[in-house]
Design a protein around this ligand. Structure first.
Ligand code: CA
Length: 226
């Protein structure tokens, strides 16, 4: 079962989350301060971290940066500050997802499942194969018909995002939230530009698509043309 570390100074929340997640079969550890949390991440290497942004000894975003300096462990941030700008800053600091307090344990568990699923897919040794496209996620290498694709980091992330959802239509907003980590704001134009670059590198155009299909008024999907 996945192991979870909750870094939270509010004892009631820590105990509640620990109890409920333990009942669901997670292995749960807790820390009440940022420094204790950091130490536990190093010692226990949990599969996912729940991080309260309001800790007594260190600002949550500072801790997040320190965590990111040592590990890629998925981090779900719990924050009382719901302003969009704050949320975006938090995601930019390296959080994988966030919850606005007060949150339900069901909400929390859904977020945990989602980030764990993503991190399992990311660390998979098997390449993702879609027709002539092969993606080695860990090595961050993608090939088309055996030829290496020269992709920018965002183009690569976008391709992985689409390849993990072959045949499923995704909206620009969804891409903005998942690939750019900007659930609010951010320009959908950015997404369009990257899609057209990615198309070009896959040797296709919007008018003559093979892999990336536009579904008008909804979004795009990656398809296997073979
Ligand atoms: Ca707190």
């Amino acid at each position: 079962m996945p192991s979870v570390l909750i870094i939270e100074d509010d004892q009631r929340i820590r105990e509640l989350v620990t109890r409920v997640l333990s009942e669901k079969g997670y292995e749960v550890g807790g820390a009440a301060t940022a420094l204790d949390g950091l130490q536990r991440i190093v010692q226990d290497s949990p599969d996912v971290v729940i991080l309260d942004m309001g800790l007594p000894d260190l600002d949550g975003r500072e801790l997040l940066k320190m965590i990111r300096a040592i590990t890629d462990v998925p981090v779900v941030v719990a924050t009382a500050r719901g302003e969009d700008a704050e949320v975006i800053r938090t995601l930019d600091s390296g959080a994988d997802d966030y919850l606005i307090k007060p949150f339900s344990v069901e909400q929390l568990e859904a977020r945990l499942r989602a980030v764990l699923r993503r991190s399992a897919a990311d660390s998979s040794i098997m390449p993702i194969v879609v027709g002539g496209i092969q993606i080695h996620v860990e090595a961050r290498v993608a090939t088309l018909d055996g030829r290496a694709l020269q992709l920018s980091p965002k183009e690569f992330d976008l391709l992985v995002f689409l390849a993990n959802r072959v045949g499923v239509v995704v909206s620009r907003r969804q891409i903005m939230a998942e690939v750019w980590r900007q659930p609010y704001g951010g320009s959908e134009k950015t997404v369009d530009v990257h899609i057209s670059w990615l198309r070009k590198k896959l040797g296709e155009t919007a008018a003559q698509s093979r892999y990336i299909e536009t579904v008008h008024g909804v979004g795009i999907k990656l398809v296997d043309p073979t």
